[in-house]
Design a binder for this molecule. Structure first.
Ligand SMILES: [Fe+2]
Ligand SMILES: [Fe+2]
Length: 138
């Protein structure tokens, strides 16, 4: 599943992170056994930062569905930790099946929870703009 601009949500930092996620998940799916463990660890770490940052953005715009979104992030981090332990113990097959399923999870998460967060951030941004302009013009 390559990144497509159709997946952009109009919030630059979220879009940049999502593009990296898609590229990493794609590389993981195509990786040979020798590269798989390092790439899995890289995707896990990237996802931790991705979700931490969205947590910060949820706070910044007082996102109403923070609890639900945060719980979903924790669930996925739990899965990544679980399969990461398997990979470290040399069990690649289960983690490979999980890696195959990740793009499907991401597409749904992007279209629902992340799209809602991006909408919240865009509205907060638009609400700030006129005040900034009127101050600049005063
Ligand atoms: Fe996201
Ligand atoms: Fe998210």
């Amino acid at each position: 599943m390559p990144w497509s601009e159709a997946q952009a949500l109009g919030v630059a930092e979220m879009d940049a992170t999502h593009r990296e996620f898609v590229e990493l998940a794609d590389a993981l799916r195509l990786a040979g056994d020798a590269e798989f463990p390092a790439l899995f660890a890289q995707l896990h770490e990237h996802t931790r930062r991705h979700f931490d940052n969205e947590g910060r953005l949820m706070k910044a715009c007082r996102f109403p569905a923070t609890g639900e979104h945060h719980a979903e992030h924790l669930r996925v981090l739990g899965e990544l930790a679980h399969f990461g332990r398997g990979v470290a113990a040399g069990r690649l097959a289960a983690a490979r099946r999980y890696a195959e399923a990740l793009p499907g999870w991401f597409a749904t998460h992007l279209a629902t929870m992340d799209a809602a967060l991006a909408g919240c951030l865009r509205r907060a941004d638009e609400a700030r703009l006129p005040r900034t302009e009127s101050r600049a013009g005063a």
